[in-house]
Design a protein around this ligand. Sequence first.
Ligand SMILES: [Zn+2]
Length: 1033
Amino acid sequence: MAAPQHRRTALERIEKFLSGTYFTDCNLRGRGALFGDRCPPASLSCFQTPQRIPYEEAVGREFRAAQVGDSFGPTWETCWFKVELSIPLAWAGQEVHFVWESDGEGMVWHDAQPVQGLTKEGEKTSYILTSSLKETEPHSLTLYVELACNGLFGAGKGTMIAPPDPDRRFTLSKAELVVFNRDVYELLMDLEILLGMAQLLGEENQRSFQALYAANQMVNVCNVTDPSTFPAARDLAAAIFSQRNGESQHTIHAVGHCHIDSAWLWPYEETIRKCARSWVTVVRLMERNPELTFACSQAQQFEWVRSWYPGLYTQIQDLVAKGRFIPVGGTWVEMDGNLPSGESMVRQFLQGQRFFQEQFGRICSEFWLPDTFGYSAQLPQLMRGCGIRRFLTQKLSWNLVNTFPHHTFFWEGIDGSQVLTHFPPGDSYGMQGRVEEVLKTVKNNKEKGRVNHSAFLFGFGDGGGGPTQEMLDRMKRMSDTDGLPRVQLSTPGRLFSALEKESSQLCTWVGELFLELHNGTYTSQAQIKKGNRECERILHDVEVLSALAAARGGAFRYPASQLQRLWRLLLLNQFHDVLPGSCIQLVVEDALQYYTEIRRAGARLQEEAVRALCGELLQPEAGSTGSILVLNTLPWERTEVISRTGPAGAETLALVTVPSMGYAMVREPLLPPQPVAVRKQEDGSVAMENGVIAVCLDTMGRLTSLRLVGSERESVPDGCYANQFALFDDIPLYWDAWDVMDYHLETRKPVTTLLKPLEITLAGGLRGSASFSLRIGESSTLTQEIILDATCPYLRFLTQVEWKEAHKFLKVEFPAQVRSTSATYEIQFGHLQRQTHWNTSWDWARFEVWAHKWLDLSEHGFGLALLNDCKYGASAHGNVLSLSLLRAPKSPDATADIAHHQFTYAVMPHRGSFQDAGVIQCAYNLNFPLHAVLASSAQCAAWSAFSVSSPAVVLETIKQAEDRPDAVVARLYEAHGSTVIAWLQTALPVKEAMLCDLLEQPVARGRLALEQQGVRLSFTPFRVLSVLLVLAQ
Ligand SMILES: [Zn+2]
């Protein structure tokens, strides 16, 4: 009999029928009994260890009795459990689970193999022993559980991102055998989806009422204590689910996923276990769900599992071959998208794609960076050069100010390269397969009417173990149900193919994908930033020198495998919570250790390469000849003052000229065309001049004047100070190490407490300098030496800071006598402009931005550039250029940046454009010092291995080709933003030259003629070209 139905009472009636809290004495979940009989383990014992040890070692240790309710710790220890189980004979025919609940992350081992991850926070607490117990099956078994004393998100004290509590204890709250009633479970799933439809489709949609009435009727027919009534109830649900959509309905491509941060609120070592726990759980789930697909990124994580869990890795390889476990991304790790150099980004792909090719026989066709804090405008070209035309992310949904206008679009980089880009419109990479999420995906989609497909990545990340059976069972019911989008288990490949078919209607977004949040990450953890810049330089130099040494023949072997190891360490540290500085102290310590290793091994490799390259020119063991050999790893001739520390510790200076990518013997240092003059004025200020620039410094080290000699053009506006330090309050809303908020600008305090007034430290000649000290804030101090070298067009600021602040932000400001509505910032293999005004919300959301080695503010005919050797945060507002120096966040690392810091920046006024003035080259020079070694008395002409005919083109990289000892790769890019022909000249014996892609594969019709002037290369703005040079040997 039909009765009147009140919408609200019907909805709540169904909710209560499913509730785990209310009416469990009589509802489906409680009385109907999702879990039936239970039984404790026959025995439970354990031991604890501070180390992460292998299974083989663990099972040999002594186990002591343990029980449910015991707690373990402290944080980061591991507790191994031995669990002996005896399944009651009476459970024949039943589905039996081993249920384990703890706030630590667990891995079940059976027969010496990892079989399942158990993480309560990832809704994984059951290990299925049998889906129907047979009498012939063994009823007794022994499992081991490896329990990590950390949660899914580490062990933050109080809040998730607070520094870890070192003394956290973790409790085993459940360990038992249970009978699982699958018929109850299926009915719960049916009702959950119908309830979702009834609640969320809205009163204007009749499907909402159809779902509501069907669910209500199901409660009527269902007797929770009599499973024989269930099929009739399920039929009612099936009738709704099987009513199909029309052809126009949106299709959701659901792909299993588990975003695992390679280190974040836990150290790298724990990530290895997180990968294993998560991936073995996916493998188990795939056994029961043949349609499940899983997208998995980061070659480094595959490499970890390959070395530490070879048995599991074999199973994964098999599933990759079947197209179900799908490697994506193509990079070594999901790196930061802003700070790594252009060459580092190439190596992310080179190491990643080569790994995937070697291990799985194919490269990835999608770039995958769902969680990174912004995306460089050079990425489209780099992707295209690495075999990738498709890109997936979603992080811009975190924008604080502006809503990004697209979910599917063509993204165009600074060189014009395009990639098809998709943001899953549900704004997440950790969906759970709920009605609410699939409806949000359709509703949010900004490309309605243009494309009808979207991605839906489901699964718990970071050790949550990825997808669950519940997610799959929910989505199965929504596969094609009228009123809901079609939900298909799919692959990134199928999604992008579908989008490509519809792409004629798509819009194009040009330039960077700037994340309007997390812009403190350009500055946090300064030592990590410095390590990154320095190690990028070290590996550059080692590669150049080793490639030249190897090309000269002889016994020298290019250290390919050692370089690969060092590159992989550097690339790992570029992970999107490490290089940005948003990780805990344990991770910082590991990262700094890796940089130390690169510095140490890099110094040794460089020495070996120089010895092989220069051999008899180097000084024999004893005696001093007074000669030095100077090496230049940059592709232009340089004339610079170098400083050497003599045997007695005394520093001597010399002005030298060294050819491009080569060396010169220096016997008699050059005399400068004009020596540096340093003069102290009566008021305590200091004037310095070198024939190129003239500067006047007040007693606090501030520039009151900065002029190009021979011109009256002043760079410092009247009444302003350049090199002015300023301190800001830096208290974000939540994400401490990540965010600096717009309101910090309102708290600016100039630093004006003088500790030691400016004093001349070098009187001039080849070098003049003056130094001073300031007090910053409560307890920090800064000492700076301001250095002007003969012939040098920029003024250097060698800075030491004792930094002991809390929630403060230190910047240095350079007001410029320049008017321009945009400033220029160096990015990977090029540069871009950002506005200096705050006209629109898109402009002011960029109040703090990133740059690499330089930024510049120019008007017609004149400009001012700011160079740096290890900083990334910057801004240009109005006519003030600022460099962000140090922050002091307290979460997730309470000790972040409290240390001694040393860094250098420089200011360079210039005539004409920054391109014509050589700002780009000067910034390289600042970052890549000349190398001087003691030389023998042998005679030798200066030698240049490579040079380029155009100042617009930078030869960035010289390295041995991968797997080809007979070939060298030269990578060049157009740096001015111009169309230009350039000749690459080399002294190496080249017999064949061809263009190749960034993976070093020759490109079609890429053969290059070897002509008198070298190899002719044709560039368009910001084009990156790689040339494979086969050597005649
Ligand atoms: Zn992440």
